[in-house]
Ligand binder design. Structure first.
Ligand code: FES
Length: 122
């Protein structure tokens, strides 16, 4: 979490990076495939692709992550208090601890605290 950039694109094969990004629970990291790439389409059309659209997702799932953010999965648009779209996507993590430097989205700050959001919820 502390290392920047988060991803070293020359450390491993692109397919491994794509696979890791597809598993990102927050959707904070995404990828696109340059035209003419040799990466197979079945590898590069996962949920982490910036053009990913899953038409089978008719229900938005919101999971309360233990001592962490609300994980949203499904086509979602976050609207700000003025009614303007803040973020659109299929995966994102919303901060519920109030400590994020990137509100309303989780930036991992919850993991640095001695208290945990779930201790407050009870
Ligand atoms: S829940 Fe992750 S920063 Fe608040």
């Amino acid at each position: 979490m502390k290392q920047r950039p988060w991803i070293n694109v020359i450390a491993t094969e692109p397919e491994e990076i794509i696979n890791t990004i597809d598993k990102c629970p927050s959707g904070a990291i995404r990828y696109s495939i340059p035209e003419g790439s040799k990466i197979k389409e079945n590898v590069s059309n996962g949920v982490g692709n910036i053009n990913f659209e899953n038409t089978n997702l008719s229900v938005v799932k919101i999971k309360v992550n233990a001592n962490g953010p609300l994980l949203i999965e499904g086509p979602t648009i976050i609207i700000d208090f003025e009614g303007k779209p803040l973020k659109e996507g299929s995966k994102m993590a919303l901060c519920r601890c109030g400590l994020s430097g990137n509100r309303h989205f989780c930036d991992g700050a919850h993991s640095k605290q001695s208290w945990k959001p779930d201790q407050i919820d009870k």
